[in-house]
Design a protein around this ligand. Structure first.
Ligand code: R5P
Length: 344
């Protein structure tokens, strides 16, 4: 992890569960061996989750043939094991997705008991409802995953919560909000001064949860997308003058939503603007735009590897989701509820 990455204390204390997990030996519970594997999309996060669980990462070869096709081979026995494959579908998203599908196929053919796809960032989520002659790509990806043999999914801050319903298998949609909450609380910002801002109508539920936990007020920005990857603010509801604002969102792609949001808040008199965003895609010129903006601090997670350019941003704080995912894995394996990982 880089210097500006930190783990989060609320998820640190689960050592008893980790011990119980290790005691499930292949001899005693053949159908419940646990194994961790990963593809190439976020090896640092996979390593952090494996460290957290004190479970080694499984040996697999994930490479390409000379013609560019993905070639995989599982290099150890997975017979009878529940295998968690850690692979956010980010970066070269088509490759990340194919690696996950192919690994699932390989694991199932090698007699894995179950494959649980751990997808900290679920790509292809932006086309999740039908408008005109558009596809529903998020549903297509769900179909591909289940067809390949995925038995359950653990993900985080889905672009639209309804994507869970695109699967007929269990999907746990974790949230980074408890991680942001702890960090924001540590700043000791006067609650009277604090306003949580949703940058669009779709993010109101997420922003409301954070506002409730912080005892803060809520503001909502209404945006329009004149074309894909462009955003314009059309209205702002809520009092932000002389307030410390925190924009909360699921992802930064081009940075347009965030930057236009910061400008609108400043125009309405906001004193300071922070942003807490789960998935840091930083597409096209996002890093440059954020550097130039009036944003005070951008808090993101490591669901996606952070680019070297982005890591240089002084205003960037990276919080790790490794312990959150480690807890979800351990709870899945021990048949414990996942609900304690969410805010009440
Ligand atoms: C809504 O569209 C999403 O929650 C994000 O606000 C959006 O995807 C961010 O994209 P961009 O950074 O390109 O504006």
């Amino acid at each position: 992890m880089s210097d500006n990455t930190s783990s989060n204390l609320i998820f640190d204390d689960f050592s008893e569960d980790v011990t119980a997990l290790k005691s499930l030996s292949p001899e005693h519970t053949p159908n419940h061996r646990v194994k961790l594997f990963h593809g190439n999309s976020n090896p640092a996060l996979a390593k952090a989750i494996s460290d957290s669980l004190k479970l080694p990462l499984g040996k697999a070869m994930v490479t390409t043939f000379a013609n560019g096709e993905i070639r995989e081979e599982i290099k150890e026995s997975v017979r009878g094991a529940r295998v968690f494959v850690i692979q956010p579908t980010c970066g070269r998203v088509n490759d990340s997705l194919m690696e996950l599908l192919i690994m699932t196929d390989a694991l199932k053919r090698a007699s894995a008991y179950q494959v649980c796809a751990v997808i900290p960032y679920y790509g292809y989520a932006k086309q999740e409802k039908r408008l005109g002659r558009e596809p529903i790509t998020a549903k297509l990806v769900a179909n591909l995953l289940t067809t390949a043999g995925v038995d359950r999914v653990i993900t985080c801050d889905l672009h639209a919560a309804a994507i869970q319903g695109f699967f007929d298998i269990p999907v746990d949609n974790l949230s980074a909000i408890p991680i942001f909450l702890e960090y924001i609380k540590s700043k000791n910002i006067n609650r009277e001064d604090l306003v949580v801002v949703s940058p669009d109508a779709g993010g109101v539920t997420r922003a409301t949860k954070l506002a409730e936990q912080l005892g803060a007020k809520l503001a909502i920005i209404f945006k329009r997308r004149p074309e894909p990857d462009k955003s314009t603010v059309i209205d702002l509801v809520g009092k932000v003058a002389n307030k410390t604002c925190i924009i909360v969102d699921d992802m930064i792609s081009t940075g347009g939503t965030l930057i236009e949001g910061v400008k609108a808040l400043k125009r309405h008199g906001a004193k300071t603007v922070y942003a807490a965003v789960t998935h840091a895609l930083f597409a096209s010129s996002a890093v440059k735009l954020i550097n130039k903006s009036a944003l005070e601090e951008l808090i993101v997670t490591d669901t996606i590897p952070i680019s070297e350019e982005a890591k240089k941003m002084k205003k960037l704080k990276i919080l790790s989701v490794a312990n959150l995912f480690a807890q979800a894995i351990v709870r899945t394996q021990l048949y414990k509820p996942i609900s304690p990982l969410f805010l009440k």
